[in-house]
Design a protein around this ligand. Sequence first.
Ligand SMILES: [Fe+2]
Length: 396
Amino acid sequence: MAIELIPLPLPASADASKFADFGREVRGVDPGNPSPEQLAEIQEALYKYDALLFRNATVSPEQQYALTKAFDPESENYGHGNNKTQNTKKSILHPDLKTIPRVPQVQLIGNGTVYDHEGLAEAKLKHPSHKTFHKTVVSPEDDAKGVTRFYRWHIDAALYDLSPPKVTTLYGLVVPSGEPQVCRYDDGTGDELPVPLGTTAFVSGRTMFEILPDELKSLAVRAKVKYAPHPYVWMAPAHAMSTGLGIESEGLELPLEELPPWEEEKRKVLPVLWKNPVTGNLHFQVHPCGAAELLIDPLPEGAKREGALYPDGAHITDLKEVRDLLYKMQRPAIAPKLVYPHDWREKDFVLFHNRGVLHTVVGAFTKGEVRAFHQCNLAASSDPVGPSAEDVKKWA
Ligand SMILES: [Fe+2]
């Protein structure tokens, strides 16, 4: 039987015209056990719509791993390397993940204490909060009223040595119900977004590119990002912007010589735009917190120089300059009307195109609010593909 694809319910805040090709609920298939034909349909739909939702799913960790792996059969290890995060105690990701012992590619994430769970006798989980990461925090009074922030916009990726996973699966097993919150940007724009408690928020990398003015499209199509070595250790002492979209330039990053051993060849240099393997669309895929340098190619022959940024190319190593440029290009796409905040229900299984969207944890739970999710993504067998020569010619 063919699978059925239904548009996701959008919140009132969303500009529906910008979500016409984003997100679908999939019906008529068991995500834990798809037939080969259904799997092919799911794969095509994922790249076409960037996020798929299966309601009322029953999926074991083994099945979750199998579906995630089907997108990249040669991949095997968790996106950050199996158990690597636990060994790197200084990493900012360290407290957020507990590995399922039987299937180390699947992580238990959430909030509160979970007992006797898939071989884990007791797991103490903590929903990451902006309070431990942002430079400024919401006041206790506003916090009590349900005001919150985006935690950290990101792509799921180690960004060092390993290639960014193609897809991520998130399975909501225990979803606490509670009052909606208001996500405040606190960047002087007055922007805010009503969100369900504990939402995962998504934005489209395709939209992020498509809404840019021509001169920034030209820059994006010619640019590559060089990431810091061990970026999550590097950024751990630093503070994020109030929008969760990158780091404040205060010089707080761990000096390169204090990082765990690293090799220059293992640092990731990735295009700013990643080409969708099914649609051919370009997605603006940058993890702003880990970015260290920008490498910009000169304009191709015949391109108009008038108004072009860095027409002769550039290698930008000044962190603030790198971050300011990226922020200028990425901030428009996290406007409230362009964010899809998923309203989790128990047994929701979400599959998202990790090379086509950015996402973030949102909100804050109290200690007693228990949330348990299974998350899986796999370090890919190859790096994402950037713009083609024709793309550069078209957009530069
Ligand atoms: Fe993530």
